[in-house]
Design a protein around this ligand. Structure first.
Ligand code: FAD
Length: 407
């Protein structure tokens, strides 16, 4: 059994992974005349119990390019401001960018949305065209003039260009790098989705909020259903044991770790069963995003810790820039190797900066009481907090990096 990409030789594109970046890239390429095939290992695209916050650097493109703006506005919650609080006494340390200020400054909205809802909007937009599920890619074979992808069901497909959009535990990254380079970040987390009725003490339910304290923090934001999505992060003593990225935790372990924190924190984390405790892994920045005919995108290229909520947003930026580079190379005849190099040149520094900022944010959020925590609080309360710490991420327009400087 062999799947065929019905495109002229030289234009056969296979995208491995129908996650956030893979679907965005497929929609954008199809809109502009290319017909990639997308392969995902799962039988059904449906992740339970997790949401993403989509910032303007990504929603701009979801609205302008993929055309899912109306769907997003219905399925997502519009976030009203970023609030930093002391996790123990609940006092506001800093508050930036109300919903209206955010839209005016960034030119696009800030949304909280369930992952499954986002994926559904993207899949509906793609219209099922070229989407192949239950296809787990296990091996990549480079030949002199093509690349052959082998799937666990025995199928194989030949392509001229392969995009590795297969997420943080990428098989294609291992092909590019040569080994598994996942690094435990030193933090682990519990995730949950809580209904508003359980949150009587929660201030600012429409904001995205960080509750900070020594050794841990709670991040939460509203999603379209009216519920709150949370990620509770704790420093972890010693290395992460075992090969699994998530482990079943002792009942109530997360509550014990946050004893004495503000009632709103306790209410939220006590309201929903947490299930597993997730190790937060990252990947070191790479110098090369391609090997042979395989190019990485999204978490496969630069998996980062979620403390700036940027994994999905950076993945969407990647997809838009890669699509622009590929289309441009067809128009000017420069070829796909040049397009891939251009994509890497434009994205590598940006994603490296966001990766580093995401990792160091945990250290800052988790400072013990004392001088350094006081200095952090003063920085977050300062009138230029947005410009100094967040504007460079949220206001960024990735597609502009491809325009000549004069534009
Ligand atoms: P994914 O969306 O993970 O998609 C990868 C796809 O590849 C999957 O569908 C998978 O089934 C498929 N796949 C994997 N291996 C294979 C294979 N061998 N063959 C075929 N298919 C394969 N990001 C944000 O922007 N905002 C947030 O608020 C946020 N919160 C987060 C909270 C937590 C706890 C975590 C862990 C992450 C969070 N992220 C957040 C990160 C975000 O979810 C990811 O960065 C984003 O989904 C990456 O997109 P992607 O397309 O690279 O990969």
């Amino acid at each position: 059994m062999h799947t065929t990409i019905n495109q002229p030789r030289g234009r056969r594109i296979a995208i491995i992974g129908a996650g956030i970046s893979g679907l965005t890239l497929a929609i954008e390429l199809r809109r502009r005349g290319l017909e990639p095939l997308v392969f995902d290992r799962v039988a059904e695209l449906r992740e339970v119990g997790a949401a993403v916050a989509l910032s303007a650097n990504a929603t701009r493109y979801l609205i302008e390019r993929t055309g899912i703006g109306a769907g997003l506005a219905t399925a997502a919650a519009s976030v009203d401001g970023l609030v930093f609080r002391d996790g123990r006494d609940g006092r506001v340390i800093g508050r930036v960018s109300s919903r209206e200020e955010y839209q005016a400054t960034c030119g696009a909205p800030y949304y909280g949305i369930h992952r499954a809802d986002l994926q559904k909007l993207l899949v509906d937009r793609l219209g099922g065209e070229g989407l192949h599920l239950s296809k787990a890619c296990e091996r990549i074979e480079e030949t002199s003039d093509a690349v052959r992808l082998h799937f666990t069901d025995g199928d194989a497909v030949e392509a001229d260009l392969v995009i590795g959009a297969d997420g943080a535990r990428s098989t294609l990254r291992r092909h590019v790098v040569g080994y598994d380079d996942a690094q435990f970040s030193g933090c682990s987390g519990w995730r949950g989705i809580v209904s508003p009725e359980a949150l009587a003490d929660l201030p600012d339910p429409e904001a995205i909020q960080f509750w900070m304290g020594p050794g841990g923090h709670l991040l939460h934001y509203p999603i379209g259903s009216g519920e709150q999505n949370y990620l509770l992060v704790r420093r972890h003593d010693g290395p992460w044991e075992g090969p699994a990225w998530a482990t079943a935790d002792e009942e109530g372990a997360h509550l014990k770790a946050f004893e004495g924190w503000h009632p709103a924190v306790q209410q939220m984390i006590g309201a929903a069963p947490t299930g597993d405790r997730w190790a937060l892994f990252q990947r070191p920045p790479l110098h090369q995003w391609s090997r042979g005919r395989v190019t990485l995108m999204g978490d496969a290229a630069h998996a980062l810790v979620p403390h700036h909520g940027q994994g999905a947003n950076q993945s969407i930026e990647d997809a838009i820039v890669l699509a622009d580079c590929l289309i441009q190379s067809l128009e000017d005849g420069s070829g796909w190797d040049a397009a891939r190099q251009r994509y890497q040149d434009v994205r590598i520094e940006r994603t490296r900066k966001v990766q580093i900022a995401s990792a160091t944010t945990a250290d800052v959020l988790h400072l013990p009481d004392g001088e350094r925590a006081d200095a952090r609080n003063a920085r977050l309360a300062a009138p230029d907090a947005w410009e100094r710490h967040l504007g460079w991420i949220h206001e960024f327009q990735a597609a502009r990096s491809l325009q000549p400087a004069s534009a």
